[in-house]
Design a protein around this ligand. Structure first.
Ligand code: GLU
Length: 446
C-alpha cells in the first residue's frame, strides 16, 4: 500500500462528542498503523450553521484526544474547485436542473405511496424543454440540481463490512446543489477527496448509501475511487444514537469532568470491536489493537459509566510526567510533586482529586484522636529525621512494640491522627511528605 491519506470531515456546526471521536480515531489509528497521513477537513459549506468557534473547538478537541492533523482544509475555501466539477457534470448531462418545490415533491411522493410505489423522484425534470425551463425561470423559479444516477448496483470491498453494494436503481437522483446555489455535502466531499488524494474514506455506516452515489460521482468525474470503510455507530445501551444534544458526552464536557483522553479513546474505539474494552494508555498501543476488519457489524453499544473505571485504571498506572503539569496547577510544589504522585495515584479516579490529598499533606488537618494515650505513645517512638519510604514501617514497628497494638488497632488511630480521615493513600508514601515537624504537631494536637 502506498502511504494512505485518510480524513475526518466534521461540519463545524457543534462540538464533537464521543460518537464523533470514533471515526476521528479510527482514521487517525489507521494512519498510524499504515504510516499514513490524517487530513482534518471542515465540511463547512452550510455557511449559516458553520462557525469559527466550532471549527477552533474541533481542532482543540482533536488535539486533546491525541490527534494532530497532518493537513487541514476547509471546504468553504474550495468553492471554485467544486464549481468546476459541477460544471463538468452539467456538461456531461449528469447534473440536471429541476424546479419542483418541496410541496410539489411531497404531493408526488404521497401519490406514489398511495399507489404502493416506492417514493422515488420520477425524473420529470429531464423531460423539460429549453422553453419549459425558460418559462419556469420567468415565473421566478430557480433550479436545484440533481445528479443523474446510473441505475445499477455499485459494489466495493469495504474495509469493515467486506463485500458491499448499493443498488442505485432504488434511489432518487440526489440533489447536489440547492436552489440558492449552495452545495449539499455529497459533491464537495467527492471533489475534495479526489483532489486532495484521499486514499481511504473511513466513516460511519450511516453513509453507506452515500457511498453508492459518491462512487458514481468519482467515476463520472474520472477520478480513482478511494477505498471505503463504514464502521458501526456508537449508541447508548438502549440503542439510542448519539446526537449533539447529549452535551455531557461532548469531548469538552468529558475533559471538563476530568476524564483522561486515553479513557475516552479506549471506550470510543474498543466498544463494538473484537477487543475487550480496556484502558489503553497510548495511541500506538491502541493502533496495534485496531483492525478495521475486526469491527463488529452490530451497533457499538456503550455505557458512559465505563469511563469511570477506565479512567481510574489509567491513573493508577500513569507516569508522573503525564500528571506533572496538572499537579503543579493544583498547588503541589515542584520538588515534592513526583513522590506525592506516586503516593496517591492508586487512590484517584480523576487527577484533580490529588488536590484533596495535597491538602491532607500540606495541612491544616483536624486530627481525630479517640485515644490520646495511644497517640502519645506513638509520638514518643517517632523516628528521627531524615525520613524516607521505610520510615512508616520502622515507626509502626516501634509503636507495635510499645503498645502491643496490631492490625487495624495499630494503623487506624495513626491514620486518623495524621489525616483526620479513615481512608486514604498508603501512609508509607504520605508520611515523608507530611514531614516530621507536621507529624509531631498533628500527634500532639497542636
Ligand atoms: N461532513 C460529513 C459528516 O459529518 C462527512 C462524512 C464523511 O466522512 O464523508 O457526516
Amino acid at each position: 500500500m502506498t502511504a494512505p491519506l485518510v480524513r475526518f470531515a466534521p461540519s463545524p456546526t457543534g462540538y464533537l462528542h464521543i460518537g464523533n471521536a470514533r471515526p476521528a480515531l479510527l482514521n487517525a489509528l489507521f494512519a498510524l498503523r499504515h504510516g499514513g497521513r490524517f487530513l482534518l477537513r471542515l465540511d463547512d459549506t452550510d455557511a449559516e450553521r458553520s462557525t469559527d468557534v466550532f471549527a477552533d473547538a474541533i481542532a482543540e478537541d482533536l488535539a486533546w484526544l491525541g490527534i494532530v492533523p497532518d493537513l487541514v482544509a476547509r471546504q468553504s475555501d474550495r468553492a471554485a474547485i467544486h464549481d468546476a466539477a459541477a460544471e463538468r457534470l452539467k456538461a456531461m448531462g449528469r447534473l440536471y436542473p429541476a424546479y419542483e418545490t418541496q410541496d410539489e415533491l411531497e404531493r408526488r411522493r404521497r401519490r406514489q405511496l398511495g399507489r404502493g410505489q416506492p417514493p422515488l423522484y420520477d425524473r420529470a425534470a429531464l423531460e423539460l424543454t429549453e422553453a419549459d425551463r425558460a418559462a419556469l425561470e420567468a415565473e421566478g423559479r430557480r433550479p436545484h440540481w440533481r445528479f443523474r444516477l446510473d441505475h445499477r448496483s455499485v459494489t466495493w470491498t469495504d474495509l469493515v463490512r467486506g463485500p458491499a453494494h448499493v443498488d442505485c436503481a432504488s434511489l432518487s437522483d440526489p440533489v447536489l446543489i440547492r436552489a440558492d446555489g449552495s452545495y449539499l455535502y455529497t459533491l464537495p466531499s467527492v471533489v475534495d477527496d479526489a483532489e486532495m488524494g484521499v486514499t481511504h474514506v473511513i466513516r460511519g455506516e450511516d453513509h453507506v448509501t452515500n457511498t453508492g452515489v459518491q462512487v458514481q460521482i468519482f467515476e463520472a468525474l474520472g477520478h480513482p475511487v478511494p477505498v471505503f470503510g463504514h464502521h458501526n455507530l456508537l449508541t447508548t445501551i438502549d440503542g439510542e444514537g448519539l446526537s449533539k444534544r447529549l452535551g455531557h458526552l461532548s469531548l469538552r464536557g468529558l475533559r471538563d469532568e476530568g476524564f483522561e483522553p486515553a479513557a475516552v479513546r479506549s471506550l470510543a474505539v474498543l466498544t463494538g470491536s473484537a477487543e475487550a474494552v480496556r484502558a489503553v494508555a497510548t495511541m500506538d498501543e491502541l493502533a496495534a489493537l485496531t483492525d478495521l476488519a475486526q469491527i463488529s457489524r452490530a451497533p457499538a453499544k456503550f455505557d458512559p459509566h465505563e469511563l469511570d473505571g477506565l479512567n481510574a485504571r489509567l491513573i493508577h498506572a500513569m507516569p508522573y510526567a503525564q500528571a506533572s503539569e496538572r499537579l503543579l496547577a493544583l498547588g503541589v510544589p515542584d520538588d515534592r510533586a513526583e513522590a506525592f504522585w506516586l503516593a496517591v495515584r492508586a487512590n484517584l479516579a480523576k487527577v484533580a482529586e490529588a488536590g484533596d490529598w495535597w491538602r491532607v499533606v500540606a495541612g491544616p488537618v483536624t486530627p481525630v484522636v479517640p485515644d490520646p494515650g495511644f497517640v502519645a505513645a506513638a509520638l514518643a517512638v517517632l523516628p528521627p529525621a531524615p525520613w524516607d519510604g521505610e520510615t512508616w514501617k520502622v515507626w509502626t514497628g516501634a509503636v507495635k512494640a510499645a503498645t502491643g497494638a496490631k492490625g487495624k488497632a495499630l494503623f487506624m488511630p495513626l491514620r486518623l491522627a495524621l489525616t483526620g480521615l479513615e481512608h486514604g493513600p498508603d501512609l508509607a508514601g504520605l508520611l515523608p511528605l507530611i514531614g516530621r515537624e507536621a507529624v509531631v504537631a498533628r500527634l500532639s494536637g497542636e
